[in-house]
Design a protein around this ligand. Structure first.
Ligand code: MF3
Ligand code: CO
Length: 246
């Protein structure tokens, strides 16, 4: 029997997890984001996957590395990582015809309470949303849960960037906003594979795109955290396909 989409994307999610954890280990103060991009390319060769983002609509990196007030799509460059940075790694792999996509945020200082709370809120919002998913629910139910949780913690939910279907293409329908109303939008059906990805801020939710044509930053330069998993909608719930280092 040939492998089906679920088996292949499960494998892709495992490989993504191995690569991301090696990148996380290498991400220490003093190295550049380009060093991490170089490592990402080497690991993709080693594990025989293609980095999904490289060349996507002309994107020049193998991974997105977004620091501090950068929300997403930071391009690896000569920037040296500092011990005080808030770092988001967003990475996708293309394995046997299918993409998987995942992201997480970390710091080097477990005692930096403000940053830890921002990180934990994005992470908890993602798992809370995934935990309550079942077929028959609607897209708006996902956004409602994320928005409600994040705003109750006092943080902002980015509106202009959203989650998405993922599979043969990196970005597929439906779009999955991280805000919204219960019982609105597309119905979730068994077999769907979705990238759920709350992007939250320690301030206003407005973002702008930098002159590099990619990097999104918060308008008020508040810090931002991003968590993302690729999930599969099953008979009664959602299965997480991607693996994150923490
Ligand atoms: N994970 C990112 C997203 O879903 C993918 C970025 S594609 C890139 O938006 F080309 F910007 F890297
Ligand atoms: Co994504």
């Amino acid at each position: 029997m040939p492998k089906d989409k679920l088996e292949i994307m499960t494998e892709g999610g495992q490989i993504l997890g191995v690569i991301l954890s090696e990148i996380r280990t290498a991400a220490v103060p003093g190295i550049t984001t380009r060093d991490l991009d170089d490592l990402t390319r080497r690991l993709c060769l080693k594990y025989k996957v293609k980095p999904s983002f490289l060349g996507y609509q002309g994107y020049p990196g193998a991974i997105c590395i977004s620091l501090n007030d950068e929300v997403v799509h930071g391009i690896p460059n000569e920037t040296v990582i500092a011990s005080t940075d808030l770092i988001s790694l967003d990475f996708g792999v293309f394995h046997e015809g299918y993409h998987v996509d995942a992201a997480f945020t970390f710091t080097f200082d477990d005692n930096d309470w403000a940053k830890q709370k921002l990180i934990k809120t994005a992470k908890d919002a993602l798992y809370l949303a995934i935990d309550q998913i079942s077929p028959g629910m609607k897209i708006g139910d996902i956004g409602y849960v994320i928005q409600h949780y994040v705003e109750q913690k006092g943080f902002g939910v980015v509106r202009s960037l959203v989650g998405h279907g993922v599979g043969k293409e990196l970005h597929e329908n439906p779009l999955i906003p991280n805000f919204g109303q219960k019982n609105t939008g597309t119905i979730l059906k068994k077999g769907m594979t979705l990238a759920i990805e709350p992007m939250i801020t320690n301030g206003d939710y407005e973002v702008y795109q930098e002159s590099d044509g990619w990097t999104y930053k918060t308008c008020d330069h508040s810090l931002s955290s991003h968590y993302e998993h690729t999930i599969y909608i099953d008979d009664n719930n959602a299965t997480i396909l991607t693996v994150l280092p923490e």
